[in-house]
Design a protein around this ligand. Structure first.
Ligand code: ADP
Ligand code: GN1
Ligand code: MG
Length: 358
């Protein structure tokens, strides 16, 4: 069925303070959470998003967070998302509790990568996510609402997985016995960061929490990072999460949903590339314990993400956008393959960390 997006979303887009006359509206990007559309007018381009209100149940506070953070960054001269208000001067359009839309200026002359095209891009993204962490250091955390409580609480995520398995609503557990077993065997390895945050040995910081490569816009000419986007999950957390999630996505030789597992490997040299950029930015602020846990963070976030895909598969694909029936299971398999290779490479990763420390 052909959807006429221009027709479907025109009225919504017209509720915002756009320059020029709307020409086309079409789907854009590869995000798993919001519905993202590119709006082209006679004078500019914009990103229109239907916010995922099943995932983000408090859109008012979510948009407040985004406005605070983007204003903080702009006031320091840092390129960031620019929220376009509605004609009623609201930061987003709320047609009903479920139907919420927002508009950002399209950040021109940038590229979003779905995989690492060359090491320079990954190095620059490491440097930029580290730098982003530094910018957030001066940000008043008390202004922020936790948009998804327990987002990276991996032991809690494990409980959610157990619950989904127990319910087995779709009768799918029989199709993923190997994955269930892989995860069950690692249950006791999932608590280190949450425990450290709880006992105060790991500092609670304001973090991005969704640091995959397609959440950063790189300059199309220089390949330098221009802006970090997808600010929905900026919340108190650990920098180990941010580092680990970037490695999970970027230091893989294949796409997150590659079906041929022979193509999926953890690339240690890409780990080093990202680490060197990241460390250059956070050298002054990272604690010894955080530094030593970065390799584990790569393993943890990769296992956690695989577990979230598996949980969603068992629950009937209600969270992540999927394109086919077992998409979440395919994604889970790539993550567990990577997690296994990372587990085996922990000492080598630590060796790299040591090399840069000295
Ligand atoms: P999701 O939460 O679904 O991942 P994102 O906010 O990350 O949604 O947006 C999805 C994609 O849209 C991004 O990966 C990026 O390619 C593109 N995008 C989002 N905002 C902008 C922007 N302001 N300028 C240019 N591209 C953008
Ligand atoms: C989602 O929104 P997006 O596509 O950038 C998810 C991340 C996962 C990622 C896996 C709010 O990121 O946590 O790591 O998919 N975002 C949310 O690709 O759950
Ligand atoms: Mg995104």
């Amino acid at each position: 069925m052909n959807v006429d997006y221009t027709k479907e979303f025109k009225e919504v887009a017209e509720a915002f303070q756009l320059e020029g006359k709307i020409q086309t509206i079409c789907p854009y990007g590869e995000g798993h959470i919001n519905q993202t559309l590119l709006v082209t007018t006679t004078s500019k381009r914009y990103i229109l998003q239907k916010m995922n209100t099943k995932v983000f149940t408090d859109p008012d506070h979510l948009m407040k967070n985004i406005c605070y953070v983007t204003e903080h960054l702009s006031s320091k001269g840092i390129e960031t998302l620019h929220v376009i208000p509605t004609k009623k001067d609201e930061p987003f359009l709320k047609l009903s509790q479920e139907e919420c839309y927002r508009v950002y200026e399209f950040i021109e002359s940038t590229i979003t990568y779905q995989s690492v095209p060359d090491k320079k891009v990954f190095y620059n993204s490491g440097k930029a996510f580290g730098q982003f962490q530094n910018y957030l250091k001066e940000f008043d955390a008390s202004l922020l609402t936790e948009t998804i409580p327990n987002f990276h609480n991996t032991p809690k995520r494990y409980k959610d997985f157990e619950q989904a398995l127990k319910e087995d609503k779709m009768n799918r557990a029989k199709d993923c016995q190997k994955e269930i077993e892989f995860l069950s065997q690692r249950k006791s390895t999932l608590g280190k960061v949450v425990e450290g945050l709880n006992d105060g040995s790991i500092p609670l910081r304001v973090t991005h929490n969704d640091t995959k490569l397609n959440n950063i816009l790189m300059d199309a000419e220089t390949l330098e990072a221009r802006a970090i986007i997808d600010l929905d999950t900026i919340m108190p957390g650990s920098m180990i999460y941010d580092f680990g999630d970037s490695i999970r996505f970027g230091a893989s030789t294949a796409a997150e949903d590659e079906q041929d597992l022979d193509k999926v490997h953890f690339d240690l040299s890409l780990f080093e590339t990202y680490f060197s950029g990241y460390y250059e930015s956070v050298r002054e602020s990272i604690t010894e314990k955080e530094l030593n846990l970065l390799p584990y963070g790569a393993y943890l976030l990769t296992t956690e993400c695989g577990m979230r895909f598996l949980t969603d598969y068992l629950s009937g694909d209600t969270y992540f956008a999927t394109k086919y029936a077992n998409h979440n299971l395919i994604r889970c398999r790539t993550q567990f393959k990577l997690a296994k290779e990372m587990e085996d490479a922990l000492d080598e990763m630590l060796g790299i960390v040591q090399k840069y420390k000295n």
